[in-house]
Write a protein that binds this ligand. Structure first.
Ligand code: SAH
Ligand code: MG
Length: 231
């Protein structure tokens, strides 16, 4: 018996038991490596968590911010019903083309669209287009822009929808040395009147990461401003 299991050991148990990768997911990671993409995709166990959350709320329309090679998109898209759709935003043309290949190889072409461009621009355009509301938004792109993605994403999310943000827990977060965008995002998720949030720790090879999970609630009457009926 291993007297001092590491976070890696715990994660290996969970992923082997609950999130074994099939050929498609393995090929996706291999293709990303061949194409020289950074290995900053979610882990398999995290992919399974995203998959479960997507199913849990019966999501039909999912928006991802930060595609990379399509790994997390495939985990989530596999949780969609036949008429479900996932839109993933990516600024890097090379990443987008690797992702499109992987998504095609996964047989998910008809359900997943990778849209090229700076996410903040695309998000602004989504406001005008007829593509919202979404049931779930997963933020996993440039950390400095997280607060902006919250601001632009929230109006695109239906009431009761889920807002998820990766990389919101780390040793750097504890020490206040994380990207200011991440620290600000966490503060916003904690205090925003439209959000109820919790931070789920995620086991990593190196240690602990985390995903902020927020549900969008309909506006609550502000107690201080509520006019009580005359009695
Ligand atoms: N969700 C992916 C990992 C995303 S990594 C997975 O788990 O499989 C972050 C991605 O965000 C990178 O591909 C990077 O190119 C992209 N990105 C960075 N800045 C961006 C921006 N301003 N708009 C859109 N995508 C951006
Ligand atoms: Mg991430």
């Amino acid at each position: 018996m291993n007297p001092n299991p590491t976070t890696h050991d715990y994660d290996a148990y969970i992923s082997q038991l609950l999130a074994p990768e099939d050929d498609v997911l393995q090929a996706t990671r291999e293709e990303m490596q061949r194409a020289g993409l950074p290995q900053i995709n979610v882990s398999a166990s995290q992919g399974q968590t995203l998959h479960l959350l997507t199913r849990l709320i019966g999501a039909k329309r999912v928006l991802e911010i930060g595609t990379l090679g399509g790994y997390s998109a495939i985990w989530m898209a596999r949780a969609l019903p036949a008429d479900g759709h996932l839109l993933s935003l990516e600024v890097d043309a090379h990443h987008a083309s690797v992702a499109r290949r992987n998504i095609e190889n996964a047989g998910l072409n008809h359900q997943v669209e990778v849209r090229l461009g700076a996410a903040s621009d695309t998000l602004r355009r989504l406001h005008d287009a007829n593509e919202a509301p979404f049931d779930l938004i997963f933020i996993d792109a440039d950390k400095d822009a997280y607060p902006q993605y919250l601001e632009l994403g929230l109006p695109l999310l239906r009431d009761g929808g889920l807002l998820l943000a990766d990389n919101t827990l780390s040793p750097e977060v504890l020490e206040g040395r994380a990207s200011p965008g991440i620290l600000r995002y966490n503060a916003l998720a904690a205090s925003h009147p439209l959000l109820v949030s919790t931070l789920i720790p995620v086991l990593r090879g190196r240690g602990v990461g985390g995903v902020m999970i927020s549900i969008k609630q309909s506006p609550q009457p502000d107690a201080a401003n509520t006019i009580l009926p005359a009695t």
